[in-house]
Design a protein around this ligand. Structure first.
Ligand code: ACO
Length: 323
């Protein structure tokens, strides 16, 4: 079987760091409250002149370098984002131009915080069916642009950043026998829209809008639903959760990711956690965490990775990848 194999990963965080103390000057909050409820200590914020495509390009360059590829090799770009530069064209089209990739396939996937998991499965379809020899899958977000800076219940939770992976076809023989995307499970329950959404859009208000969330309700849905999708993805992949080397959850909240790990019986030592320093970067959080784990030498070629996320929609899902 032809499979899509991850051959490079890269992450990019904008330089500006915003601490909890910085935010306590903007809204009535405290470092203690934010740390205790979320595990977040700081987040990065894109400068005014940085668009989501700029963050995406930086992450993509690193992933391509690690894969030993150049922009000239890229024939598919899928950007998972909910904060694209413009209403259209897609951020992916802008990334293609800025990187200088040849004319190929480029489009965005909009599944909010679940976007990277969705985008991986979409790109996998192209690569595994022989339609792409070198795909860039990028999660990139400027979530701070969607914040209502008077709402302490949301504005402390999010940050900006981008992460990227390169997918290439693997032959399914010899060394690549069990490498690549092994299985996934995706879900959406549109009846839960009111729990987490942005109150603007091109076909309604004509504005970008601000993020609105019933945090405790989202929390309630997260652990149980994510766990179910993880179990389903592992079944499709034909792997046991106990055999997973690294659990790379969407980094929304320390309590949610620890809750899912606990429910699935995954030891804390196998969980890649970046939420303390990145906060919730939506579709960027999983590839950023993956890039960090690879860069510091924890995650190695051949490791079995389990990724999961939940976000607006509500959408959620999981995928199992052998690196
Ligand atoms: N600082 C101080 N107090 C705050 C803050 C803040 N930043 N935010 C809310 N509070 C107050 C509330 O006003 C409320 O005060 P009150 O009792 O006087 O009315 C009190 O804290 C409790 O509010 P809750 O919303 O019930 O607090 P909760 O314990 O649920 O924590 C939180 C809030 C952290 C948002 C939590 O619900 C959560 O993490 N939910 C998950 C949401 C999430 O991560 N969403 C991300 C997108 S979806 C995803 O990626 C999974």
């Amino acid at each position: 079987i032809l499979r899509s194999v991850v051959t490079g990963v890269g992450g990019y965080l904008p330089e500006t760091v915003v601490t909890n103390d910085d935010l306590s000057k903007v809204v009535d909050t405290s470092d203690d409250w934010i740390r205790e409820r979320t595990g977040i200590r700081r987040r990065h914020r894109a400068n005014d002149d940085q668009a989501v495509s700029d963050l995406a390009v930086e992450a993509a360059k690193k992933a391509l370098a690690e894969a030993g590829k150049t922009p000239a090799d890229v024939d598919l770009i899928v950007v998972a984002t909910t904060t694209a530069d413009l209403t259209f064209p897609a951020a992916a089209a802008i990334v293609q131009r800025k990187l200088g990739c040849p004319v190929g396939i480029a489009f965005d996937v909009q599944a909010v915080c679940s976007g990277f998991v969705y985008a991986m499965t979409v790109a996998d379809g192209f690569v595994a069916r022989g339609h792409s020899k070198c795909a860039l899958v990028i999660g990139a977000e400027t979530m701070t642009r969607l914040m209502d800076w008077t709402d302490r219940g949301t504005c402390v939770l999010f940050g900006d950043g981008a992460g990227a992976v390169v997918l290439e076809p693997g032959e399914g023989q010899g060394t690549t026998a069990d490498r690549g995307m092994l299985g996934f499970a995706l879900r959406c329950d549109g009846t839960k829209q009111d729990l987490l959404y942005v109150d603007g859009g091109p076909s309604t208000t004509g504005t970008v809008g601000k993020l609105r969330m019933q945090g405790n309700q989202v929390f309630k849905h997260a652990v149980i639903n994510i766990s179910e999708a993880v179990i389903a993805a592992a079944q499709v992949a034909g792997v046991e959760i106990k055999d997973v080397d690294w659990f790379i959850p969407h980094q929304a909240n320390q309590r949610i990711l620890a809750g899912v790990a606990h429910r699935l019986g995954i030891d804390e030592s196998k969980v890649i956690t970046t939420v303390a320093d990145h906060a919730n970067t939506s579709a960027a959080s999983i590839p950023l965490a993956l890039a960090e784990g690879v860069a510091d030498g924890r995650i190695k070629k051949g490791d079995l990775l389990l990724m999961e996320a939940m976000g607006g929609g509500l959408t959620w899902g999981a995928c199992v990848v052998r690196l």
